[in-house]
Write a protein that binds this ligand. Structure first.
Ligand code: SME
Length: 164
């Protein structure tokens, strides 16, 4: 398949409806998780130009192997914090609560982890398989209230299409 992304302009829904089949084509038939996560980040970043797009994956904690924490995975954007504990920040809260979180103003989210001082709003979508959270997709924007129910709908569709 072609590795060029077709970038379009239009409403948010139109953009996702153009992008999602392209993302599905990119990951179709590719069993390697890292490769797929990397291309999903690149496709979202290229189309939307958000500040930061990336994955945190549930892994064994370095300090206590019996515990788990989120560890930085494939991403696009500025360097980010490497490990996040359950219940910490937006990512750790989305993991703990097994649900997508939309934060219109990160300054109003208690415990928000500021990897970049430029980040103003955020959406975190958990990757859930058989009732277990395996990781999260985290997207940050320099604009306030960048993300809404439309992003939630389509980002959840992308996450559910990932072979985990
Ligand atoms: N802001 C996130 C941390 C990850 S960075 O934004 C890339 C949080 O509060 O969980």
């Amino acid at each position: 398949m072609a590795e060029d992304l077709r970038i379009i302009q239009g409403s948010k829904a139109e953009i996702y409806q153009s992008l999602i089949p392209q993302i599905k084509a990119l990951i179709e038939g590719e069993p390697d998780g890292v490769a797929n996560l990397a291309n999903v980040c690149a496709a979202l970043k290229e189309q939307f130009g958000w500040l930061w797009v990336g994955f945190y994956l549930v892994r064994a904690s370095v300090s206590n192997a019996a515990e788990e924490e989120l560890v930085l995975g494939p991403f696009q954007g500025p360097v980010a914090c490497t490990r996040i504990k359950k219940g910490r920040g937006v990512c750790g809260t989305a993991w703990q609560e097994s649900r997508t979180l939309i934060v219109e103003d990160v300054e109003n989210f208690p415990g928000h982890i500021a990897c970049s001082s430029l980040s103003r709003s955020e959406i975190v979508v958990p990757i859930i398989r058989e009732n277990t959270v395996l990781g999260v997709l985290d997207v940050d924007s320099e604009a306030l209230a960048q993300f809404d129910e439309t992003d939630m709908l389509y980002l959840e569709e992308i996450i559910s299409a990932l072979p985990f």
